[in-house]
Design a protein around this ligand. Structure first.
Ligand code: KG4
Ligand code: ZN
Length: 360
């Protein structure tokens, strides 16, 4: 079965074709980052309008790259939520219109299920059960994946998500939006030990996270340095070496905190596999830290390739394909409703074998 996957939940238009026999056949992506940069964050209305402009040209170039005709597609999977409602509806409308025209089944996919199954696109895919750490711009979650499609939330963020903390910290250092990759690159050159920040919520039991206090610690340290340098409150004007040392200490605190919680989750569940996904899983220091945590625990860690850590169509095509193999295809073929679920609890998903439509 060849499944067209469509991702439009936020600021990336992603399309891909996944074949249940041959794996990923191709993917196409357009990032809106440069368009939103001037505003310091995603502007929902601009995001929706841009998805509309990009979907058809990206689809045409994907078909050309895969040397396939539209008629080679057997089913459609689209991100139905969570995400920005207008952005989600553009992908849902495209998916349902295409499916209607070719009389194909179309299935709504949970964006976070897409992220946490992304490592299954790699050569050595993890087998369930496993612990999943999902760290993106909107989420920081630890999940007990008992089986593919059966998710138990072990821990969540009480305030900022890990990616959000990266972005806000980068902003106060004047690194632009989204700041995660820029902050991470700067941290590589930072002096070790010049600053030290706490590992939030690791001094008490439990698997929840809190990152907003860490961002405040960086702000206070940056303000102190700015004052000492006669810059007043202009932390964005600090010298590069100070910014790099702050970035390094912040990144070390995030990586350590996530690693401590992952270790606890492995101990609590008894699982020996750890899957890490979402935009922040592209972070090199976090990857290294989690590799050594897992190794010292006799566990194996799995990441998507960096390109599939952030939003993309391939993870949606894959997650859709897995669900379509057990779904009532005639029911999906007959459902022409264009739907989106902007807020959607991952743990509420039916198991994959249950054949229920996921966004019922
Ligand atoms: O998964 P994603 O593309 O979108 C959401 O579903 O949120 O994640 C985007 C987030 C942003 O906050 C971005 O700054 C962060 O992932 N990110 C990184 C890195 N690459 C992306 N954070 C730290 N280090 C990176 N290398
Ligand atoms: Zn995402």
């Amino acid at each position: 079965m060849r499944v067209l996957g469509i991702e439009t939940s936020c600021d990336e238009t992603g399309l891909a074709i996944y074949c249940t026999e041959r794996g990923l056949l191709g993917h196409a992506l357009h990032s809106q980052i440069s368009m939103h940069q001037a505003y310091g964050g995603v502007v929902p209305e601009l995001a929706s309008r841009d998805h509309l402009l990009r979907l058809i040209p990206l689809f045409d170039s994907l078909l050309a790259d895969c040397q396939l005709n539209k008629s080679a597609i057997d089913a459609v999977a689209y991100t139905a939520g969570p995400g920005l409602v207008g952005a989600l509806l553009t992908g849902a409308a495209f998916a349902k219109a295409f499916a209607f025209a070719l009389d194909l089944p179309a299935i709504g996919v949970h964006h976070l299920e897409g992220h946490l199954l992304a490592p299954l696109l790699e050569l050595d895919p993890p087998e369930a059960p496993f612990v999943a750490l999902l760290v993106s711009g909107g989420h920081s979650m630890l999940i007990n994946v008992k089986a593919i499609g059966s998710y138990e939330l072990l821990g969540d963020t009480l305030d900022d998500a890990a990616g959000e903390a990266f972005d806000k910290t980068a902003q106060l250092l004047g690194l632009g939006y989204p700041g995660g990759p820029a902050l991470s690159a700067l941290a590589q050159t930072g002096e070790a030990g010049r600053f030290k920040f706490s590992r939030p919520m690791t001094d008490r039991p439990g698997l929840d996270f809190s990152f907003s206090g860490l961002k405040t610690q960086v702000l206070l340290a940056a303000k102190r340095c700015a004052k000492e340098s006669g810059l007043g409150d202009y932390t964005a004007n600090l010298d590069t070496a100070t910014k790099a040392a702050l970035a390094r200490a912040f990144e070390e605190a995030i990586a350590d905190t996530l690693a401590i919680k992952c270790q606890r989750a492995l101990e609590q569940t008894g699982h020996v596999r750890l899957v890490v996904a979402g935009g922040v899983s592209a972070n090199t220091r976090l990857r290294e830290r989690l590799q050594s945590t897992a190794a010292s625990h006799g566990a194996q860690v799995y990441f998507p390739r960096p390109l599939f850590c952030t939003d993309n169509g391939a993870m949606i095509a894959l997650a859709g394909a897995l669900r379509l193999q057990h779904a009532a295809l005639d029911m999906l073929r007959a459902n022409h409703k264009i739907d989106a679920t902007p807020r959607w609890d991952l743990a509420s998903l039916p198991s994959i074998e249950s054949a229920e439509p996921v966004n019922a």
